[in-house]
Ligand binder design. Sequence first.
Ligand SMILES: Cc1cc2nc3c(=O)[nH]c(=O)nc-3n(C[C@H](O)[C@H](O)[C@H](O)COP(=O)(O)OP(=O)(O)OC[C@H]3O[C@@H](n4cnc5c(N)ncnc54)[C@H](O)[C@@H]3O)c2cc1C
Length: 318
Amino acid sequence: MAGILVIAEHRQGALRPASLEIIAAALPLKAKAGALTVAIVGSAPQSFVPELSVEGVDEIVTVAVASEVFQPDVQQSAVAALIGARKPSVVLIAHGVDAWSYAPGIAASAGYGFATDVFEIAYDGDDLVATRAGYKEKVRIELDFPGKATVLLTVRTNSFKPAAGSSSPTVTAFAAPSVEPRTSHTGWKEPAASGGIDIPAAEFIVSIGRGVGDETKVEQFLELADGLGAVLGCSRPIADNGWLPKARQVGQSGKLAANCKLYVALGISGSVQHLWGMKHVETIIAVNSDPEASIFSVARYGVVGDMFEIAEELQALQ
Ligand SMILES: Cc1cc2nc3c(=O)[nH]c(=O)nc-3n(C[C@H](O)[C@H](O)[C@H](O)COP(=O)(O)OP(=O)(O)OC[C@H]3O[C@@H](n4cnc5c(N)ncnc54)[C@H](O)[C@@H]3O)c2cc1C
């Protein structure tokens, strides 16, 4: 078949949010590539059908395997068999530890077109073009795949707003070949505490950058955000310095402000990596002392000024 195959993921009984992101990445390709099929491999794959039945999904393929946890050998064998049987034009898998362990093997052994960590996917005429970064995120690299009937891409997480809505896809079971895993699962790592901070869910974010100067000034912005009913976010240097927890970092290696409607950027220059997490927000207000700061290129309202003075004005409004 032509068509798109998305491989959804789950862990500890929960669908991984990246699954809905890559479904979203697939949607614009449907006009050219055809129907969208989502596959899920697991010991009880049918339990994920309701959550995967989002708008635009035409079919869900459940692949039942004996293993309750992710096993690279089992996954590779199941997904390779499914691709071999269905022959989709495009296969999308979330770029992450699971994919790293099995996606390259599938692509290499079958000779599929392959690219990792892509964050834009589109058709240029009949050619699929995948965009990824290079040279420490300094350049964009556009890749095409001449002569490849099937292209497998691992897609950067936090790059697409998760697919939503509902659909009534056909549900099909696929019998995967049985494989004995060569690895064994020893346990789960404790997740890093987020302290209840949820940047992707926040509708109003006040975010601070290196313009804050030093750690002692951070507290007043926590209070400001709290008083305004916003969640405090930050740029990477603030998290890297340990001034705020990583859970507050907005951007490519942090969180996507997926549901944000109002984003106030204070003392943030607007690097491409930060913009990644927030440039889609409908209303962005930027405060920066440098009139040339890149953040102004995405801001609806810009204030060339001192973030502390603006913070004081905002405090006074409360
Ligand atoms: C692989 C990779 C992933 C990355 N991921 C992320 C990410 O997820 N998120 C992220 O944010 N960054 C990320 N970065 C880092 C990114 O490249 C930038 O270094 C970072 O975003 C800069 O943060 P900043 O804007 O706070 O600091 P700066 O670039 O130093 O900007 C500080 C700004 O504050 C302004 N300023 C100074 N004083 C004041 C004042 N008193 N009032 C108002 N304005 C003032 C300055 O004019 C300046 O524009 C990543 C980098 C790499 C290589």
